[in-house]
Design a protein around this ligand. Sequence first.
Ligand code: SAM
Length: 278
Amino acid sequence: MNKKTFTQSPILYLVGTPIGNLEDISLRALRILKEVSRIYCEDTRTSSVLLRHYNITTPLFSYHNFNEDVKAKTIVDYIKEGNSVALISDAGNPIISDPGFKLVEECLNNDIAITTIPGPSAFISAFMTSNMPFPFLFYGFLKPKQTEREKELQELKYLKASLIFYEAPHRIKETLNSILKVFGNRKCYLARELTKKFEEHYYTTINDLILECDKLKGEMVLIIEGYKEEEIKADKFSLIEEQIKLGLKTNEAIKEVARMLNIDKKELYKEYVAYKDN
Ligand code: SAM
């Protein structure tokens, strides 16, 4: 076991910042951003807007996806010299579909203390307003290439959890079309521009949302209803037959489908035999 209790200084602070409305930041976050020796962020121009708003003059340095590996080591060396630093992202929490993973890993490998100053994340805010059932699975961004995206969706298709995605406005239409193709027409929810002036919420279906796509601009979170029991019943025999076509023996296909759908394989076997006998 590798238990760590972080009370010592210096420390890496993972600090949550607003997802739109600059007032959505904690008092502790503001204090820590003033106290640390450096703040690392994705884009210094974006983060300086927030820091100027709160008169924070701590030096800002960039830390983004392109230089994560090298930069993480440099930051760790700087912390080891006795300096506490904060990591923030352009919006919301670092790490959440944003850089930071490597830095946390490097700190853990070097016994450097880490703590979080939580703030808003777009997906948590969207889930709260979505009225979609718990549990949920936060996926983040799907792959931009259609074939890879649809492969990812195939892996998610039979999950019963509500599925949460981030998406950019220029890709939302293709993404919804891929989801429709792989999942069929399910209930969905889209939150746009949360906490900002033109905030909007769509409670709809994938088909209907596709018709609205050209109007959808700005930042958005998409939530798709999970796989339903009724769909499971309708699908399970065709899934077995798909697996047989792919080369599995009937027994193996039943076992595989029972695993995919998390149902009892003996029951499924009985149901399938009865279905074939009719
Ligand atoms: N780290 C952020 C967080 O904690 O939510 C997410 C960063 S990710 C690079 C950016 C994506 O988050 C956007 O493309 C959008 O999908 C979502 N997002 C960020 N701000 C949002 C907002 N105000 N309203 C809706 N979605 C938002």
